[in-house]
Design a protein around this ligand. Structure first.
Ligand code: PGA
Length: 263
């Protein structure tokens, strides 16, 4: 039985005091829940304040992205050893908002360079995190155009293959994958639970084919995309869905705690 993980991706929201306040409320509401893993990923600058507010609770703190070099002349970037030194346990990689070229960020070609994340850079980020014992939460998912063209499974397969290039079962023990259909992110359009379950199964099968069934069966596959307290129970009841990556609904402690309790 895989343990559920409910992760909040706070994206670029909440200033220091507001994030500490949400974290303090979360500590009260879900801080002693023991039968699931709970995580929040605030912006880097708010991590210490959130950690302080969550101290002694069961809620872990992660990051939203990482750069693949340990140190050097990389203005504005944050490395895996820096995250490790803060005691972080998880880090999101390959979110569609950092991949940039997808979905609602299906932007003008000249702007793509601003968000120039590729399967290759995602692969380097995963390797950097694993080298510092931080669990990657790898995001994958198709755009609406790709879904309508019947390419969903092929897109997911390509993203996973690119992200895991050169890695084997021995490296990937702590990997989490989040299936996040881009058309469902921040849109209020949740993927139907049966279909989300099917694609999470496709994710697991892809990992089984690449690195073996043992790892794939133990690995947690999350669903993300307009998860809220009204749909989380149905999603989390699905056999292939091991929890959620929650954006908008994770910003309010009350709403996020209901989602956590449904796991
Ligand atoms: P959402 O975002 O829950 O606001 O749709 C999910 C995500 O982007 O991880």
């Amino acid at each position: 039985m895989r343990r559920k993980l409910v992760a909040g991706n706070w994206k670029m929201n909440l200033t220091k005091d507001a994030s500490a306040q949400v974290a303090a409320e979360l500590a009260k509401l879900v801080g002693d829940k023991k039968d699931a893993d709970i995580l929040v990923c605030p912006p880097y600058v708010n991590i210490p304040a959130v950690q302080e507010a969550l101290a002694g609770s069961n809620v872990e703190v992660g990051a939203q992205d990482v750069f693949w070099k340990d140190s050097g002349a990389f203005t504005g970037k944050v490395s895996a050893p820096m995250l490790k030194a803060l005691g972080l346990t998880y880090c999101i990689v390959g979110h569609s908002e950092t991949r940039g070229k997808f979905g609602k960020l299906e932007i003008e070609p000249e702007e793509v360079a601003q968000f120039n994340e590729t399967d290759h850079t995602i692969n380097m980020k995963i390797k950097a995190l694993l080298a510092h014992s931080i669990k990657p939460i790898l995001c994958c998912g198709e755009t609406l155009a790709e879904r309508e063209a019947g390419q969903t499974d092929a897109v997911i397969l390509g993203q996973i293959k690119g992200a895991l290039e050169g890695l084997g079962a021995a490296d990937l023990g702590e990997l989490v994958i989040a299936y996040e259909p881009v058309w469902a992110i921040g849109t209020g359009k949740t993927c139907d639970a049966e279909e989300a379950n099917r694609v999470c199964g496709v994710v697991r099968k892809a990992v089984a084919d690449l690195v073996g069934a043992d790892l794939a069966n133990a690995m947690r596959v999350l669903y993300g995309g307009s998860v809220n307290s009204g749909n989380s129970a149905a999603l989390f009841a699905m056999p292939e869905i091991d929890g959620g990556l929650v954006g908008g609904a994770s910003l309010k402690a009350d709403e996020f705690s209901k989602i956590v309790h449904s796991a």
